[in-house]
Design a protein around this ligand. Structure first.
Ligand code: ACM
Ligand code: ZN
Length: 755
């Protein structure tokens, strides 16, 4: 029996008996002369050509030894659904009610065939397993995004990216065409966009966040843009694979590249070079007070809408810094004339004005979740990226929503150990995490849930310089996302997916698609059943079924080290080292953690303020599990408080002598995580009156741009107490120098050690 692995997994698939032998198949039959049937028949013909040259003929019914392609509106199959029946007299029958259904049936058939066929080679076996499939997607919107501004990708790769989307039965390509680091679409009316805004000084040999400033004499040689001809070619190519292309033209922020060509459109009006790297604070913005800005945008959008036949135009709307709007006379005048309360309402007014224009052209506006701020017309669709919250609010307000929260859908984030991975933007989103994504929040009522159209994987390319790296970032995480969106969240297990993914990766190999090996990290965690009597540590990986070996004496794990089976019981400070072994060979780096054994271990933590559910660490033991976090804030060792102070009390159960209290904090400004401005540790014997107090003052939190774990300690204590209360004061809002100025700051803590 051949491999029956298909990703995304079909809704219903029953394996039959035996195989269909391609060598015995005589022809491909189409039930009518419909163009859709012919197109799909040609794809099958090409796929199987290394084994056999098959003719395409018309026939009302199938005959033995044939492949029968049937487009039938009355089949009862939903728009993108299909049925595929293999077997029964050496026949293959593919049915659907639309071209897209036939196309997805073809994608499944393709995955049932040997991968060698992909490149025109004779496969190891020409047998196709006999299966019966009845399949349809859960979500109608299954998208992948690509930022071509931070790095430019030519249309050859864009087509490959579309091939990748198609293999995964996804149906949207969100093309992020404009941003601060380059404008990528030819606009006839504004030729300087292609001439100037598409090019920047080459700094590819410097890290993105540390690029040296551009001096006026340097030539802008790095970049590129797509001609209209190329764009039409891509749109047509995508359509043949049932993929809609959504163009994104950013506004009002993330637009500084425009001012390298048309400086008069910004508030400041000064000419600035296209920035070759990180650019914070990102303050240059379209002036909302100048009518010529809207004239420009409408003219640009006219040309864009002409190129993209799909229903949506994405207008960005994210991270618009209002600094210049606050001091610009024209913007302030607009606020006055339109009776707006402030710059936030000015942004809302800006978006609504553009929306009117888009609607008047029979298109729908799509934008990042910031567009919701200050009100929005009902017809706008919101892309929720700053978590699910924007999506929830939008759905409640009656908007359609695409979910792409950073937590699960940002494929520019690390997917494995940052220390051994190519540099990424930050974050930490493993394959397993992506697989656990559920685009439908529980908070929504059934009618509100209907507004969640689906989800999308986003690839920002600050740290993605080449096509190979782009593939590495999205493969195989998009495979996991495709299954969530097609088969439905939670409909299959991660373990089952993981085994099917192995087959899919054989296909990536043949196709020459680069993919990440995934995380070999062994996670060291505390078992929830731990308590102050018995501290139990668990080991796990995202490669189910593979062997984990570990040591407790500080030595490197080897092939002979202890095999992990069940939680390890710890009763003192312990160094745990663990690694994954595949075919008796260590894969990836050894994971190690010291379990800090302190008086707090396994004790009850009372939360006087509660951490945000999204950053709950590993649960109630997080702060007293002896385990510290990495610099990745979402590695499940950290708990996070937003805007609020952290305020917890640990009950040691008995009055104990205390010499030291130390608290682990994270600073990661890129993720809006700051050190507290002050930490107060107070002590009590009864849990009521905390009359002994130690304060730890902290500087204002401006350190480097990189993430750090900081331990704050109060040492040389000489006191006794049963209750220890830790309050960490949140600075509240991001400081002026930060891109999120005024936004809510986080405090992250991983561990409290009491000695
Ligand atoms: C975004 O990631 N700024 C939408
Ligand atoms: Zn202005």
């Amino acid at each position: 029996m051949n491999n029956t692995s298909i990703v995304p997994k079909p809704t219903k698939m029953v394996p039959g008996i035996g195989n269909t032998d391609v060598a015995l198949i005589e022809k491909i039959l189409v039930s009518t002369n419909d163009e859709s049937e012919i197109k799909i028949a040609r794809m099958i013909q090409k796929l199987l050509s290394p084994v056999k040259d098959l003719s395409i003929e018309m026939s009302q019914s199938k005959t033995p030894n044939s492949i029968f392609v049937v487009l039938n509106d009355e089949s009862g199959l939903t728009n993108e659904g299909y049925s595929l029946a293999i077997g029964d007299g050496n026949t293959i029958e593919l049915r659907a009610s639309s071209y897209s259904g036939l196309f997805y049936g073809y994608q499944s058939l393709r995955q049932l065939c040997g991968p060698e066929l992909e490149i025109g080679n004779i496969p190891k076996t020409s047998f196709i397993p006999n299966v019966d499939i009845l399949d349809a997607p859960t979500f109608g919107y299954r998208g992948m995004h690509l930022d071509v501004s931070r790095h430019f990708f030519d249309i050859d790769f864009i087509k490959t990216y579309i091939d990748m989307i198609a293999l995964h039965k996804m149906n949207v390509f969100h093309w992020h065409l404009t941003d601060d680091n380059g404008w990528r679409i030819e606009i006839d009316r504004y030729p300087l966009l292609a001439e100037r805004s598409a090019w920047r000084v080459d700094r590819t040999n410097e890290p993105w966040k540390e690029q040296s400033p551009v001096n006026g004499k340097e030539k802008a040689t790095y970049g590129g843009y797509y001609t209209k001809e190329e764009i039409r070619e891509v749109v047509e190519y995508a359509a043949s694979k049932n993929i809609v292309v959504i163009p994104e033209i950013e506004m009002p922020g993330h637009t500084s590249e425009v001012f390298a060509a048309y400086p008069e459109l910004s508030c400041k009006g000064s000419l600035i070079p296209v920035n070759p790297g990180s650019y914070w604070p990102n303050v240059d913005i379209f002036c909302a007070g100048k009518d010529e800005v809207f004239e420009f945008l409408e003219n640009v959008l006219d040309e864009v809408m002409e190129l993209f036949p799909g229903p949506y135009i994405h207008i960005g709307g994210d991270e618009a810094d209002k600094l210049h709007w606050r001091t610009c006379q024209k913007c302030q005048k607009r606020i006055q004339n339109e009776g707006l309360a402030d710059e936030h309402e000015l942004q809302s007014w800006f978006i609504k004005r553009i929306e009117k224009f888009i609607i008047s052209n029979d298109k729908k506006l799509l934008g990042w979740d910031e567009i919701l701020e200050g009100g929005l017309a009902k017809t706008a669709t919101v892309m929720s990226w700053r978590g699910m919250k924007g999506g929830i609010e939008s759905a409640k307000a009656g908007h359609d929503v695409i979910m792409c929260p950073t937590s699960h859908c940002y494929f520019d984030y690390y997917q494995a150990n940052p220390e051994t991975s190519p540099a990424a933007f930050g974050g930490y989103t493993t394959l397993k995490k992506v697989y656990s994504f559920n685009p439908i929040p529980n908070e929504l009522s059934d009618p509100e849930k209907k507004h969640i159209l689906g989800g999308q994987g986003n690839l920002w390319t600050e740290y993605v310089q080449t096509p190979k790296r782009a593939q590495y970032r999205v493969l195989p995480r998009m495979s996991a996302l495709s299954e969530v969106l097609w088969s439905g969240p939670g409909s299959n297990t991660y373990d089952d997916f993981y085994h099917r993914l192995n087959s899919l990766e054989d296909r990536f190999d043949v196709l020459g698609w680069n993919y990440a090996p995934g995380s070999y990290i062994v996670s060291i965690n505390v078992d929830p059943s731990s308590n102050n009597q018995e501290h139990r540590i668990t080991l796990s990986s995202e490669k189910p079924g593979e062997t984990i070996r570990f040591t407790l004496d500080g030595s490197e794990p080897t092939n002979e080290s202890k095999l992990y089976g069940s939680p390890i019981v710890i009763n003192g400070r312990t160094m745990i080292k663990a690694a994954l072994f595949i075919n008796n060979e260590q894969k990836g780096k050894t994971s190690e953690k010291i379990v800090h054994f302190s008086k707090a271990i396994g004790k009850r933590v009372k939360y006087n303020t509660i951490y945000k559910a999204r950053y709950s660490g590993s649960g109630p033991l997080t702060l007293v599990d002896g385990l510290t976090g990495s610099i990745a804030h979402n590695d499940n060792y950290w708990q996070g408080w937003q805007k609020e102070n952290m305020d917890v009390t640990i009950d040691l159960l008995n009055i104990e002598k205390i010499s030291k209290v130390s608290i682990g904090f994270l600073e990661s400004h890129g993720s809006w995580i700051f050190l507290p401005t002050l930490a107060i540790v107070s002590f009590s014997n009864d849990g009521e009156s905390f009359n002994q107090k130690v304060e730890i003052k902290i500087d204002d939190g401006i350190r480097s741009g990189s993430a750090n774990r900081i331990e704050l300690e109060s040492q040389d204590l000489n006191l006794s107490a049963r209750f220890i209360r830790v309050e960490a004061v949140n600075r509240g809002v991001c400081p002026d120098w930060h891109p999120g100025a005024g936004g809510k700051t986080w405090i992250f803590s991983d561990e409290i050690v009491i000695e």
